[in-house]
Design a protein around this ligand. Structure first.
Ligand code: ADP
Ligand code: MG
Length: 686
């Protein structure tokens, strides 16, 4: 009985390629308390349906521990200590400056009477009347007999464990929790075949979802995670391995490539290619000549010179008479590639760009010229995947920074051409063995060797209080005519949390520090594309001295005269991200430096002082991750898993891989009748 239900559910839910979608979609608007405004905010978090809501997982949990306040300070146990207290006097609020206030009031806890301070909580004043019982979170200072609170709570969750979600807009944790409470968790079925469900003794899908959002204990979270992580990785590996089967059977017309032309081009380059680059090029050309579709991944650390390898692939494809498409994860990077590749290939072929924020008329023009074959190379973002983009004679598809894209996207571009070969570039910030598993459907070429003459980027971790030293160094670089990258985690700081400096705050501060002497500009993802392009060009041409940006510059942006990078609030970034960021400098033979300004987390950041090896850094990043952040890999920029973390869940990934392999080669798999249709998608029929 169960298996038939399961198979229906399996059909229903396995929209493995985002193509079949038989799930009964319940719009979030049907949930009690969700009006049009809230629905809009939820949409921004990619929550449109109840199904998406229940799969919006917490990224960590708060564990509370009620303690007695005492004069003997004790070390924290990793839990958040809360102190039950009673308000003795109504609070007084001091408005220090705009959007910055301090509230203080007298309190009693465990027979101690002391003053509590808390910043920017004026709005809580009316809830803090004399006699009110509250829970204080923060630090008690014995010497001054004061308590600096970071939070005041009026209730503590029953089980002292509270999920914390990534939130946006007006959607708070409290709201999310309330919405989850409105959903019926009964009868939700998962997609794990039931023989595997039994083998691992997983709890049911319903139970897992309930536990992940409403745990009674840490044990609950563990049980739920065990199922949900496996499920996500099983589906993932199933897709990857199915691609592999497809790839093995995918044939094309071998390309006729003139090696002499390519040799000539390589000889004319202003630098000598490394042996690894030459080997990768050879692999690519052989694949293109063969009658099997190419599916090749080129892995190489930042700055190893992957772009030129792709450029030569594009040239070969052009010589064979085909069009190429080059997809980058961000507009900034697409624009950068457009300008640098034009320099290399612009006098040989027609090159154009297609990004989301272009004017409609411009886009239409490009789309038309792609369809009639006038454009030989199109560079762009996700905009290239759109249905209306038809490419007449597509022979090669390149995806840059592959680890930033989902698996499904791997297919979409390829489907635009019958003979198209696929090349993926990645500075995969993950250990190699893991890379080989998650890219199990691809052939791999590795570029290990860095171009000759590259100097190590001197990296230094600097506590915020010593910022002056860094400003002096920055001044010295600027005086020498060099340029500086500055990175901040935030565009705007809505929280008015003084600790994090947004890009605009930094712009003001640096203008003051350098007396307005230098041209300082801000770049971030939310600017319109023409503005981005103008800023990038100005920075490239040396008109802008200091470029302050968010991580939009993380991938690929290349400015040779930039010799210094200063990253503010470095504690907010993963090590692998910072390693990618600093790869923006050191693309020349000048001495280059990177300063990591931080408020905490010095030990973890020190890894970057010691090493310049992307693989080593990603492993350390894993080891040193704090217990709290065990969900997902979203932040580290490696593919987007909702709950699995391929570092932490390495073992599960291997089990899922083997199970998916067995599943695909078993009769069971056939029972589900997966078949390859003409569009190269795998469809499932009953
Ligand atoms: P990544 O692998 O991070 O994408 P890029 O392809 O952007 O690196 O290359 C970084 C820089 O190194 C570019 O300016 C490129 O022109 C240059 N470069 C690439 N290969 C070599 C080489 N063999 N010798 C010297 N410079 C090179
Ligand atoms: Mg690159």
């Amino acid at each position: 009985m169960k298996s038939s239900i399961l198979s229906i559910v399996f059909l229903k839910k396995v929209d493995f390629f985002d193509i079949i979608n038989w799930v009964i979609i319940v719009d979030v608007k049907n949930i009690k308390g969700v009006g049009p405004k809230m629905a809009l905010s939820l949409k921004k978090m990619n929550i449109n349906t109840t199904d998406e809501l229940i799969h919006y997982y917490p990224y960590r949990y708060n564990y509370y521990e009620i303690k007695n306040l005492s004069k003997d300070l004790e070390e924290s146990s990793g839990c958040i200590s809360v102190y039950k207290a009673k308000v003795l006097k109504d609070p007084v609020v001091n408005y220090i400056k705009k959007n910055f206030n301090r509230m203080s009031f007298l309190c009693e806890s465990n027979n101690l009477v002391f003053k509590v301070y808390i910043f920017n909580r004026a709005f809580q004043k009316n809830n803090l009347k004399v006699g009110k019982e509250i829970f204080l979170i923060g630090k008690y200072n014995v010497d001054s007999n004061t308590f600096l609170a970071s939070d005041i709570k009026f209730v503590i969750p029953d089980n002292f464990i509270e999920p914390v979600y990534h939130v946006k807009d007006k959607i708070t944790n409290t709201i999310l929790k309330k919405l989850m409470g409105e959903v019926d968790f009964k009868n939700i079925e998962g997609v794990i075949p039931n023989y595997l469900e039994e083998k691992y003794e997983f709890c049911s899908e319903s139970a897992a979802l309930k536990k992940i959002h409403f745990p009674h204990s840490l044990e609950d979270v563990k049980i739920a995670r065990k199922r949900l992580v496996y499920e996500e990785l099983f589906v993932f590996m199933f897709k990857i391995l199915s691609f592999k089967v497809q790839n093995e059977n995918a044939s094309k017309i071998g390309k006729n490539i003139n090696n002499e032309e390519i040799k000539k081009f390589i000889e004319k380059l202003p630098f000598k290619l490394t042996a690894d680059q030459l080997k990768a090029i050879e692999d690519i050309i052989n694949d293109m000549k063969s009658e099997k579709r190419m599916n090749r991944l080129v892995i190489g650390d930042v700055g190893s010179g992957k772009t030129i390898v792709a450029v030569i692939g594009i040239l070969a494809n052009y010589l064979a008479g085909y069009q190429s498409a080059f997809m980058a994860p961000t507009e900034v990077l697409a624009l950068q590639h457009f300008s640098s590749i034009k320099k290399l290939l612009g006098n040989i072929m027609n090159i154009d760009i297609l990004v989301g924020s272009m004017k409609k008329s411009e886009k239409e023009n490009v789309i038309e010229r792609l369809a009639n074959g006038e454009i030989d190379l199109i560079i762009g973002t996700h905009a290239l995947i759109e249905e209306k983009v038809k490419i007449k004679n597509l022979g090669l598809v390149i995806t840059d920074e592959q680890h930033r894209f989902g698996v499904n996207q791997r297919k979409y571009l390829q489907e635009k051409g019958k003979s198209s070969d696929c090349l993926y570039l990645s500075a995969t910030p993950i250990p190699r063995t893991l890379a080989l598993t998650i890219y199990g459907d691809l052939d791999v070429s590795c570029i290990k060797e860095k171009p000759a003459g590259r100097k190590e980027i001197k990296t230094k971790v600097v506590p915020l209080k010593d910022l002056k030293e860094v400003l002096k160094k920055m001044y010295a670089e600027l005086k020498n005519g060099h340029q500086v990258f500055v990175v901040s985690p935030l565009i705007n700081n809505d929280d008015e949390n003084d600790e994090i400096k947004s890009v605009y705050v930094l712009q003001d501060k640096l203008n003051i520090a350098f007396n307005g002497k230098y041209n300082i500009s801000v770049l971030h993802g939310k600017l319109p594309s023409n503005e981005k392009q103008a800023i990038m060009n100005d920075f490239k041409n040396g008109v802008i001295n200091i470029l302050i940006s968010t991580t939009v510059i993380e991938v690929g942006v290349d400015v040779e005269n930039a010799t210094m990078m200063v990253i503010f609030n470095a504690e907010r970034f993963g090590l692998a991200t910072i390693h990618q960021l600093r790869g923006r400098v050191g693309r020349n033979d000048l001495e280059c430096s990177c300063y990591l300004i931080c408020n905490s987390d010095i030990l973890r950041l020190k890894v970057l002082e010691e090493s310049n090896d992307g693989f080593y850094i990603s492993e350390k990043d894993l080891e040193m991750r704090r217990e709290g952040d065990f969900f997902g890999t979203r932040q580290s920029g490696v593919m987007t898993f909702k709950i699995a973390n391929i570092y932490r869940d390495k073992k599960t990934l291997l089990y899922a891989k083997n199970d998916a392999l067995d599943f695909i080669s078993s009769n069971l798999y056939k029972k589900y009748q997966f078949y390859l249709d003409t569009k190269n998608n795998i469809n499932i029929i009953d």
